[in-house]
Write a protein that binds this ligand. Structure first.
Ligand SMILES: [Zn+2]
Length: 112
């Protein structure tokens, strides 16, 4: 079975995921604005709830940001021509593994 990496397809899936992350980030900001408004006008959320929600938002933002960076780094590796090699052992990362997550930087052996 041919184990060929389709860079163009992977690049497209990275671009799609970045667009989706942007969409989620905008959506999160909008819903946060709504919550702030809701709190002011109705005072329905207790202070603890509000703080918990804020902590969750920050964690989600951080996770999205981290993912965004990983995806951009993968695009950079594609441009530089060293995409698909393990950062640790320099072996090729399997095409199947990259298809699942094009942002991975380690081969299956080095992940363990
Ligand atoms: Zn490796």
């Amino acid at each position: 079975m041919a184990d060929v990496i389709d860079i163009n397809a992977l690049r497209q899936s990275i671009m799609d995921e970045i667009a989706e992350l942007d969409r989620l980030r905008r959506q999160a900001h909008e819903s946060r604005a709504l919550v702030a408004f809701d709190q002011q006008s109705v005072g329905r959320l207790s202070r603890m709830d509000a703080m918990q929600q804020q902590a969750m938002h920050i964690a989600n933002d951080a996770r999205r940001q981290q993912r965004h960076m990983a995806l951009l780094a993968a695009l950079k590796r594609m441009d530089a021509g060293d995409f698909g090699y393990c950062h640790h052992c320099d072996e090729e990362i399997g095409a199947g593994r990259l298809a699942i997550d094009p942002a991975v930087t380690l081969c299956v052996h080095c992940t363990q």
